[in-house]
Design a protein around this ligand. Structure first.
Ligand SMILES: O=C(O)CCC(=O)C(=O)O
Ligand SMILES: [Fe+2]
Length: 332
């Protein structure tokens, strides 16, 4: 019995020793995989996750505030008038006219807009019409073209960018192949549809509007500028750049984000020295933008960063003395 008791007590002692060793080894190593120091004031995992989550969310909020302040201080906010993917019957913004513009236009009866503004429509020009006009632009400008990023072709005056200057396209024999009578009919129909739309939107008389100079095709790329004519991205007011303009329209012939990157039309609202809101228009094939040409529509074209952007500027004046004639097919 005594032997058995001894045996039992030594078994008991062994067990106790084993327990102590286990406990000691756990304390020395920390709980599996953790440092012994971490063990002393060990936080549960859930608390650690919460504080990590808090740090991250604070970091994200602070970063957001910094980005917002930087962004608004730099360029003001940006709103979209028309995205490339949208197909718009008509969308626009109306606002009071610039005083100088209003004073001038008031001398032309039937031509004063109910309100100034900027509008866009994807339903005026058909895909086929846009294709015909794109082909004219491509064929015509390929006979010359600027050494820099901006080339123009004016079918009315014949002006075509050529290296670092302009030539008269009608002096070239190949000019006869640029467009035929049917193409010209498309050109005139499109011009007339835009004129009707402007008259309706701004509530003026169709007959008070006259096509004016310059009305031209443009091809924009990311080539380095060689002359000031290549610098198409400057902020401007059309009435100042092209004196005779009262209503500006643009028909886009290629697609933003597909045929080219960059090249959005951007209106800058707010004080001219520090605009507070950029209103962006993404070109879409067949899309027409129409806007009053005064200082209420300060704008610029973004630099094209990739690809080729084609458009036609179709401009109208209320001053009949500044009217231009439709182009005619070159004689063979
Ligand atoms: O191409 C555009 O979107 C605008 C061009 C322009 O501002 C201009 O020709 O005056
Ligand atoms: Fe312009």
């Amino acid at each position: 019995m005594a032997v058995s008791n001894k045996k039992n007590s030594s078994k008991h002692q062994d067990k106790e020793k084993e327990k102590l060793e286990k406990l000691f080894s756990e304390n020395a190593n920390g709980v599996r995989g953790q440092s012994p120091e971490g063990n002393k004031f060990k936080k549960p995992e859930s608390i650690k996750n919460i504080s990590r989550h808090r740090i991250w969310s604070r970091f994200v909020v602070i970063l957001g505030v910094i980005v917002y302040i930087w962004y608004t201080a730099k360029d003001g906010k940006e709103t979209s008038l028309a995205k490339q993917k949208e197909v718009l019957q008509q969308r626009g913004q109306s606002f009071p006219c610039d005083n100088e513009y209003l004073e001038e236009i008031e001398s032309f009866s039937g031509c004063v807009p109910a309100k100034c503004g900027r509008h866009v429509s994807d339903k005026l020009v058909t895909a086929n019409e846009a294709d015909v006009l794109l082909k004219i632009a491509q064929r015509g400008i390929s006979l010359g073209g600027s050494d820099g990023g901006a080339s123009i072709l004016d079918l009315h005056s014949g002006a075509l960018s050529y290296g670092q200057k302009f030539i008269n396209i009608y002096s070239l024999e190949e000019s006869k192949k640029i467009f035929n009578a049917a193409d010209l009919t498309v050109y005139k129909v499109v011009k007339s549809k835009i004129q009707h739309a402007i008259a309706e939107i701004f509530q003026i008389d169709f007959d008070s509007l006259h096509l004016t100079h310059p009305t031209f095709f443009s091809r924009l790329t990311n080539l380095e500028p060689k002359t000031e004519h290549d610098e198409y991205w400057h902020v401007h007011v059309d009435k100042v750049t092209y004196e005779s303009f009262h209503y500006t329209s643009l028909l886009y012939l290629t697609d933003y984000g597909i045929d080219f990157d960059g090249g959005r039309l951007i209106f800058l609202d707010g004080p001219i020295e520090k605009p507070t809101n950029n209103v962006t228009l993404e070109p879409r094939k067949g899309r027409v933008s129409m806007f009053t040409s005064g200082a209420e529509n300060v704008h610029r074209v973004e630099k094209v960063t990739k690809g080729t952007r084609y458009a036609i500027t179709v401009s109208f004046t209320c001053d009949v003395s500044k009217a231009i004639k439709d182009p005619s097919v070159p004689k063979s």
